[in-house]
Design a protein around this ligand. Structure first.
Ligand code: AHG
Ligand code: MN
Ligand code: MN
Length: 339
């Protein structure tokens, strides 16, 4: 007979426990995280059978950014939108896969506290080749008055206003990691019971590391300071904290997750072709900047702290540099040197 291990807390138990310290909390954030966990479990099932069923391949449409949309992108988007619409905590959403934000204009949602922005499937170019992919989410308290539909301003807040952010990684195991101001915690999906269980409590980003993650193919299109830093990474040896290792999966969720646990730096700089790079401020940079800062690391766009950037449009892109504090400082030093 199996016994229940009381030492393991599930995602639900954990978020409820955290609430106990806040007698005035309404529990809406816990419910929101539970809803997100549910969508994640459903997406996980589909991701796992991606090789078996006809769910792979292009959907035949192009998203607002002009990129091919895969079937699983649409599935994941719809799962997220569905659970958030039917839950009681979310007044509206913005998604990488939709042209505009969606306001859930109904009696319950108009009284909800939060809006959520998400990238339903990150690294979707990797689905066909069985490489880890993920989902990224960002939670803001609405600034529009409760009792009315939420507004555009609720979605265009600087990242420092986030109350929570997280990601799900569909990898060799499936994990959900989320941050609030109180800390970053990781939960691994126990497939046998269908629950996310706390496996990585209080994640801290190591002060330094030996991994740098960047698309080397674009090297000659990066700015001088960034190129100099990458050169330095390649020249590190035992005398100065090296040797470094270059790791770049092409699924940012997987790359940043690994660096968060092991220590490292992830860069998606602007290029001469695309001065703002590829990544989206609201769905990719903001949530990872928040998670990394709570864990003790740093995130910038090369000019300012990501979390201070005032967004002007929903789908805006941004160069992105994120990771261990001392590695970020060394990168910044190289930028200063060529100013
Ligand atoms: P998405 O699949 O949501 O469009 O994002 C993919 C992103 C990110 O996950 C990854 O780091 C980056 O694209 C890789 O881009 P390059 O192939 O240009 O390096
Ligand atoms: Mn993405
Ligand atoms: Mn995506």
């Amino acid at each position: 007979m199996s016994t229940i291990n009381r030492k393991i807390s599930t995602l639900d138990e954990f978020t409820i426990q955290q609430l106990r310290d806040f007698p005035h909390a309404t529990g809406e954030l816990s419910r929101l995280l539970r809803d997100i966990g549910l969508a994640a479990k459903r997406i996980n099932v589909e991701v796992n059978k991606a090789g078996l069923v006809d769910i792979l391949g292009d959907y035949g449409t192009v998203n607002v950014q002009g990129e091919d949309v895969k079937k699983l992108d649409i599935f994941a988007n719809n799962q997220f939108m569905g659970v958030l619409r039917h839950g009681i905590s979310c007044a509206g959403i913005g998604s990488e896969e939709m042209d505009d934000f969606v306001i859930f204009d109904d009696e319950i949602s108009n009284h909800s506290k939060y809006v959520v922005l998400f990238d339903p499937l990150d690294g979707s170019g990797n689905i066909d080749v069985n490489v880890s992919i993920g989902t990224i989410f960002s939670v803001f308290p609405r600034i529009s008055p409760k009792g009315q539909p939420c507004t555009r301003e609720d979605f265009l807040q600087p990242g420092k206003k986030q109350v929570a952010a997280g990601y799900i990684i569909y990898g060799s195991s499936t994990m959900m990691v989320y941050a609030t101001r109180r800390g970053v915690n990781g939960f691994t999906l126990d497939q046998s019971i269908g629950e996310f269980c706390l496996s990585h409590p209080d994640i801290k980003c190591p002060e330094s590391g030996r991994i740098y993650s960047v698309n080397h193919g674009n090297f000659f299109q990066y700015e001088e300071g960034t190129r100099n830093y990458i050169d330095t990474c390649q020249k590190k040896d035992k005398t100065n904290g090296g040797p470094y290792t270059q790791r770049y999966i092409g699924s940012m969720v997987a790359d940043v997750h690994r660096n968060l646990i092991k220590g490292g730096i992830f860069m998606y700089p602007g290029t001469t072709d695309k001065p703002k790079g590829k990544l989206r401020l609201l769905y990719e940079c903001n949530p990872f900047a928040f998670i990394t800062e709570v864990a003790g690391g740093k995130a910038t766009d090369g000019r300012q702290r990501i979390l201070d950037v005032q967004p002007t449009e929903l789908h805006q892109r941004s160069p992105f540099f994120v990771g261990s504090r001392s590695m970020m400082e060394e990168l910044e030093h190289h930028w200063q040197a060529v100013k």
